[in-house]
Design a binder for this molecule. Sequence first.
Ligand code: GLY
Length: 349
Amino acid sequence: MRRPSFRLACGRDIGDISGLLPGVLGAADRIALVADRAAAGAPALKKMLGPSLAPRVRRFSLPAGREKTLGAVTGLCSDLFKAGFSRQSLIIAAGGGAVTDAAGFAASLYMRGLNWVSVPTTLLGQIDAGIGGKTAVDLLGTKNIIGAFHQPALTVCDTAFLATLKPAVRRAAAGELIKYALIGPGDLRLTIMRSFDGAMAGRPDDLLACVRACAEYKAGVCAVDEREETGLRETLNFGHTAGHAFEVLSRGRLPHGEAVLWGLRYALKVSEKMRVLDNTPGAWKVTGMIDPLPLPAACRGPKGFLKLVRADKKRGGRDNRFLLLRSPGDVEPTDNIPEKVLLAALEEL
Ligand code: GLY
């Protein structure tokens, strides 16, 4: 696969990052560290901002729980302006996906665009959300409606941040790990299947194996299809059309990670019914690595489900669009799936 247009560093205890991209990091007149509370206090972050960066760093924050709002982003831009940040300044975004999404979006807007560094500090961020330059905030209760593709100059996935994660925060990444195992090449699938249980249990070597394999795979996909134009990056959305619908219909009872697990199962059911899936036991073995929390009854309501599927922003002008699986590693986008197939798959979950 092609090399990404941004630099990616994966490891455990990476330390001072100034040498990873000396041109960009050395040239910044000021550095805005936008970090959530957990990341700001982490020893791994202090080590990253070594002696050549630390004197130029000033800490900023986004309102906790409201990071992904336009208000939070304009608030951050105002703070940067009042503090004298210029076009030569740099933003380092350190935290979960909400922080990297919103601070990355501010980086795309402030003075028509600043360089930024993405430092995802959750397992989900290090395998997906913090990589690839999709930055956005939510609008009218809908996710990622206002945003920009703005690649970070450097992405740093340091698994030292993961040592203190609560089990539920690790589990939130289970759906994305299984997604990669379903859509990715054989070596990625093998790494995830070998390391999945250990990663969920917080074992450092298994976390590093999963992060390195997934982050490098995603960076390679984004290098080839940065703006989701050729169909390759779209495969990363496997399981997410139904997953997002379940998340909304559950009204907060189903966390995003659990909704994705159900979304993957739903996509496999539809793939079976459309007679697209030709390695059924192989695919179900992958999803069987973890059982999702029960699907709330509200998610099974056919009317609400179909309405959300038809409102999915990725469907374009079609009635609906799903990514189906032919066999592990082989995804096929399919449009206008008959309603009776969609409902039968929902009933069987
Ligand atoms: N999370 C899917 C993507 O970044 O394209």
